[in-house]
Write a protein that binds this ligand. Structure first.
Ligand code: PMT
Length: 407
């Protein structure tokens, strides 16, 4: 529900603007107050009168209109909102936003706001994929602006398809609810740089074989998404997984533990590090450059191992240590005891422990599955969370970590 939430909706030019009439209706159904600002080009696609009728509020469109400025003023308009939503956001408007242009009311409001901003782009796929647009989007994400979409599908133009469709109004509403449901503290993560590791590592035996583990990356990717939704700027160092990184995350794909450590170092400085990756403790000593062949003798090739760097421990002890370091612990027995020992050994501020034995927690299959049961270990003790989805674990971690960094 969005009861008593004030949404400031900025409509910019594009054929998808008509969908925003439904979007306004959905917001109102959920109890939100909606005020709208329209750019001149938005008014070419939908009439201010329709927007006004659905929002039941005056529509603002002119920075230099004395009556409008007298009634509310662009500073007040931006500050009285709990959230600013730009939908549809055209390529032109994204370019203006990325450069901080404030020549019209929409631009001025965005520059003056102190509230979270959610952008739902809609444009032709070629425009979306253009290097200039992608540069602008990257800049805006860096500035803490949240994005939803665009989606892939057919365009209004005949024979055009690809990524560029405005997200469904209900999905935009869900993204808004998600922003509000994240604890107020979480908004204090705006501008914080969070470094997350996820997934397994692959340690080569030869060019075609490797040693791996059962991590799917789901828990780490969920954490990346939750932190992104809480306004943080997220770098995700990921081992090989079959997942798509959330839009807006800076992804650094790696394969081995050594590459993961290099990527972690390259991603510094960071305010917060969360190490959810299942890093191989050992790698094959002197992996073969050529594929190891059966020679017919029945002899098994000897494999010897060497220790991988402990990425978490080295990060915790380094002089570039993030202010808050959170480790994970994957245990199959004495979960809390072993995880508590890791808190000290790894030099972390918190350990998120989970039972990864095959019969763990009623057989939910933490590695690869969609749910988890977490024991949060800190220097003050531990607490156990109920079984929940990996995304809910991530959301709760956002709250705990936001409270910790804002202490
Ligand atoms: O990926 P999913 O399928 O969603 O499963 C999630 C998960 C079970 C992989 C995840 O919740 C989890 O527990 N990740 C940590 C797995 C692990 O390697 O735990 P560990 O107890 O072996 O390591 C302890 C900590 O040290 C971890 O933060 C790990 O990232 C880090 N580590 C370990 C070894 C190493 N060489 N370098 C490290 O940095």
């Amino acid at each position: 529900m969005l009861n008593q939430k004030h949404i400031l909706l900025i409509l910019t030019g594009g054929i998808a603007a008509y969908k925003c009439l439904d979007f306004i209706r959905r917001l109102r159904e959920r109890g939100a107050t909606v005020r709208c600002v329209m750019t001149k080009s938005a008014a070419e696609f939908v009439t201010p009168l329709s927007v006004q009728a659905l929002s039941e509020n005056p529509v603002y469109d002119d920075l230099f209109d004395l009556t409008q400025e007298d009634e509310i003023g662009h500073i007040k308009l931006s500050r009285e909102a709990d959230l600013v939503v730009v939908a549809p956001a055209s390529a032109d408007f994204l370019a203006k936003m990325a450069n901080g242009l404030a020549g019209d009311l929409a631009g001025a409001v965005l520059l003056a706001t102190d509230k979270p901003v959610l952008v739902a782009p809609a444009m032709n796929p070629f425009m979306w994929n253009h290097a200039a647009t992608q540069r602008n989007v990257a800049q805006l994400k860096e500035d803490g602006i949240r994005f939803i979409g665009p989606e892939t599908g057919e365009m209004a133009e005949k024979n055009e398809a690809g990524r560029g469709r405005l997200s469904d109004p209900l999905e935009i509403v869900a993204a808004i609810e998600d922003i509000f449901s994240t604890d107020i503290l979480a908004s204090k993560l705006t501008g914080k740089k969070v470094l997350i590791t996820a997934g397994p590592t692959h340690e080569p035996i030869d060019p075609v074989r490797y040693i791996a583990n059962r991590s799917s990356g789901k828990q780490g990717y969920a954490i990346a998404e939750a932190f992104l939704n809480a306004g943080a700027s997220v770098t995700l160092v990921s081992g090989p997984v079959n997942l798509t990184a959330p839009q807006g995350v800076t992804l650094m794909p790696v394969e081995t533990a050594q590459q993961m450590q290099d990527a972690v170092k390259a991603a510094l400085p960071a305010d917060i590090a969360i190490m959810a990756a299942a890093v191989a403790d050992w790698r094959v000593d002197g992996a073969s450059v050529e594929k190891i062949k059966k020679d017919g003798s029945g002899d098994i090739p000897p494999l010897s191992f060497t220790e991988n760097p402990d990425i978490l421990r080295e990060l915790s002890l380094s002089d570039r240590r993030p202010a808050l370091v959170v480790g994970f612990a994957a245990e199959t027995q004495k979960v809390i005891e072993h995880a508590t020992a890791k808190l000290d050994r790894k030099g972390a501020d918190m350990i998120v422990a989970n039972d990864v034995s095959s019969e763990s927690a009623g057989g939910i299959g933490v590695m690869g599955g969609d749910e988890n049961i977490i024991h949060l270990i800190t220097k003050d003790g531990h607490e156990t969370w109920d079984k929940m989805s990996k995304y809910d674990v991530a959301r709760r971690l956002v709250d705990v970590i936001a409270a910790e960094v804002n202490k």
